[in-house]
Design a protein around this ligand. Structure first.
Ligand SMILES: Nc1ncnc2c1ncn2[C@@H]1O[C@H](COP(=O)(O)OP(=O)(O)OP(=O)(O)O)[C@@H](O)[C@H]1O
Ligand SMILES: [Mg+2]
Length: 276
């Protein structure tokens, strides 16, 4: 894994989303949709796997990996689809989705239904850690996804996910602690967490939540021969998160630039790889 190259790709995707850009592309387009607790991200790559376009919206339609507001989720995906179609000037008909590790078959069906409800034909449903590993180019170690709702751990051996665990502690729980500590609303807490100027104070306040996440991970990976931990998911975005995690775990831990965008990019790459 070359973290420099991975980070370059993520920066490129971030810029594409922020500037609502399209990049020149070759051949067919492949779309990946990441339905999360806190955000829904759509990513489009071309047949060479180059980034083409994308879009993102914050939401609250999924909880702990389960879609709780079906109509709302369809509406957001439809909106993102339309936005990217307008940027590209072509229609996107096919898409792939993803499910967190260890969820029931029903969840796979719901993700498929949401994408279909938004007007897509679904070509594949992949699992989130496999999608993330595709971007990170890792085949061994633990992919730890700190999402809005949960901390998910997937152990990879020879490129295959061999075991997974998911527990409810994520960015949402950080917000609850910030809201309580500063006496502000949940929404204000979410904004504070993303404000750079307050980063150090916020980090101290949410440290018990980060410790809990590290504890969840440590319990699961102990004895499983994990040499490296790869952080993904927006919940790990706080500065210094990886250093604290590493010292709590005692296992080398790396975090790419903007970890929130890793899985969505991976879903689009998996869509390309598993083209029908
Ligand atoms: N810059 C940032 N600093 C701190 N936290 C951030 C930042 N950006 C995003 N987050 C947090 O990341 C979380 C969302 O991450 P992500 O989009 O990976 O989750 P999700 O996929 O929606 O959730 P889940 O995987 O649990 O279903 C939110 O709690 C959000 O507050
Ligand atoms: Mg997620």
């Amino acid at each position: 894994m070359d973290m420099g190259k991975v980070n370059e790709k993520i920066r490129e995707f971030e810029e594409i989303i922020l500037k609502k850009e399209k990049k020149p592309y070759e051949g067919e387009l492949f779309t990946g949709v990441d339905l999360g607790t806190a955000s829904i991200v759509l990513c489009v790559v071309d047949e060479k796997g180059s980034l083409v376009s994308g879009a993102f919206e914050r939401c609250g339609v999924v909880r702990d990996g389960i879609v709780v507001d079906f109509v709302g989720a369809c509406e957001i995906v439809r909106r993102l689809k339309k936005q990217v179609e307008e940027i590209l000037g072509v229609s996107l008909d096919k898409a792939s989705g993803a499910i967190p590790p260890g969820v029931t078959e029903g969840s796979e069906k719901i993700v498929k239904n949401v994408l279909e409800g938004a007007g897509f034909t679904v070509t594949a449903i992949v699992d989130e850690p496999t999608a993330a590993a595709e971007v990170l180019k890792v085949t061994e170690g633990a992919v730890v996804d700190i999402g809005g709702g949960t901390t998910g751990i997937s152990i990879l051996k020879k490129g295959e996910v061999t075991s997974t665990y998911d527990e409810a502690t994520g960015g949402h729980h950080m917000n609850l602690v910030i809201a309580g500590s500063y006496g502000v609303s949940y929404e204000a807490a979410e904004e504070m967490k993303r404000t750079k100027e307050k980063e150090e104070d916020i980090f101290r306040v949410v440290l018990p939540v980060i410790d809990k996440m590290a504890h969840i991970v440590k319990n699961f990976i102990t004895g499983q021969d994990v040499e490296k931990v790869y952080l993904v998911g927006g919940g790990s975005a706080l500065k210094g998160f990886e250093r604290h995690f590493e010292s709590s775990l005692g296992t080398p831990t790396v975090k790419p630039y903007n970890p929130m965008l890793v899985t969505p990019m991976g879903i689009a790459l998996c869509a390309l790889e598993r083209r029908p």
